[in-house]
Every structure is written in structure tokens, then in C-alpha cells.
Design a binder for this molecule. Structure first.
Ligand code: HEC
Length: 123
């Protein structure tokens, strides 16, 4: 009798252990996923030197160093890469409308926009 009870207890403990293991696996997977997203956020930065190569066509309005001479054209020097890239994508999709920028972004790929963001952030 005592032996049976002990076996039942042991089985319960084993089940608890496996439940815990499952929970730990879930936690681990969640952490791993977060780590991947953090990593992507860093990678997102883009390639500043590739951005520089494309930035020539921006300087007419936004200035050679990202500081514009015209009050209607925003400065881009030091602007956050993610913001610049997001705005460029918005101009391209039409979510943000500006006749000048619409013409400019038409020829840019997503990677070009990320690279331009990295370039202006680094100025
Ligand atoms: C013909 C002039 C012109 C050229 C060339 C031009 N832009 Fe612009 N850009 C503008 C104007 C005007 C605005 C402001 C639009 C508005 O008022 O919404 C603007 C806005 C922006 C913004 C949004 C800034 C903010 O603070 O929200 C970004 C980013 C930008 N331009 C990037 C670029 C990049 C990168 C290039 C080159 C690939 C470029 N522009 C070329 C005129 C120009």
C-alpha cells in the first residue's frame, strides 16, 4: 500500500516536472524571439556608404550636408534612420503626400531608403 502511494506521488512529481519544462520552453522561445527582433532592429540601420551614393539627388533641396537652405525643405542631418526610411516609404506608398518627394522616391528601393536613413543619421 505504502509503495503504491509513493509511486503515485513520484508520478505526480514527474508530471509537474514536465509541465514546468514545457513552461520553461515557452519562456525560452519567447526570449529567443525577442532577441531576434532586437537583432533585426540593429540590422535595420542600413548601409550609410551605400546611402551616400544615392544622396546626391537629395542635396538640391535638403542641402549638401543635410541642412536645407529653403524654409520649406526640412533638414535631414542627424535625423533618425528609422524615421527617414519610414517617411520615404510613406511617400512611395502615397500614405504621405508631397509632389516633390513623390517624384524622388519612385526610383528608390526599400534597401535604398534604409541606406539613406543610415546616411543622414550619421551626418
Ligand atoms: C525637389 C526637392 C526635393 C528633393 C530633390 C528631395 N526632397 Fe525630400 N522633401 C522635400 C520637401 C519639400 C519635403 C517636405 C514635404 C512635406 O512638407 O511633407 C521633403 C521631405 C522629406 C522627408 C521628410 C522629413 C520629415 O522631417 O518628415 C524626408 C525623409 C526626405 N524628404 C528625404 C529625401 C531624400 C532621402 C531625398 C533624396 C533621395 C530627397 N528627400 C530629395 C523636397 C525634396
Amino acid at each position: 500500500m505504502l509503495k503504491i502511494i509513493t509511486e503515485i506521488e513520484i508520478n505526480k512529481k514527474m508530471i509537474d516536472f514536465f509541465k514546468l519544462e514545457k513552461t520553461m520552453k515557452k519562456i525560452f522561445l519567447t526570449l529567443a524571439t525577442c532577441a531576434v527582433f532586437t537583432f533585426n532592429a540593429n540590422v535595420f540601420a542600413g548601409d550609410a556608404s551605400a546611402g551616400k551614393a544615392k544622396a546626391g539627388m537629395c542635396s538640391a533641396c535638403h542641402g549638401a550636408n543635410g541642412i536645407s537652405a529653403n524654409p520649406m525643405w526640412p533638414n535631414l542631418k542627424g535625423q533618425k534612420a528609422a524615421y527617414v526610411s519610414k517617411q520615404l516609404k510613406a511617400f512611395k506608398s502615397g500614405a504621405r503626400k508631397d509632389p516633390m518627394m513623390a517624384g524622388i522616391v519612385a526610383a528608390l528601393s526599400d534597401a535604398d531608403m534604409d541606406n539613406l536613413g543610415a546616411y543622414f543619421e550619421g551626418l
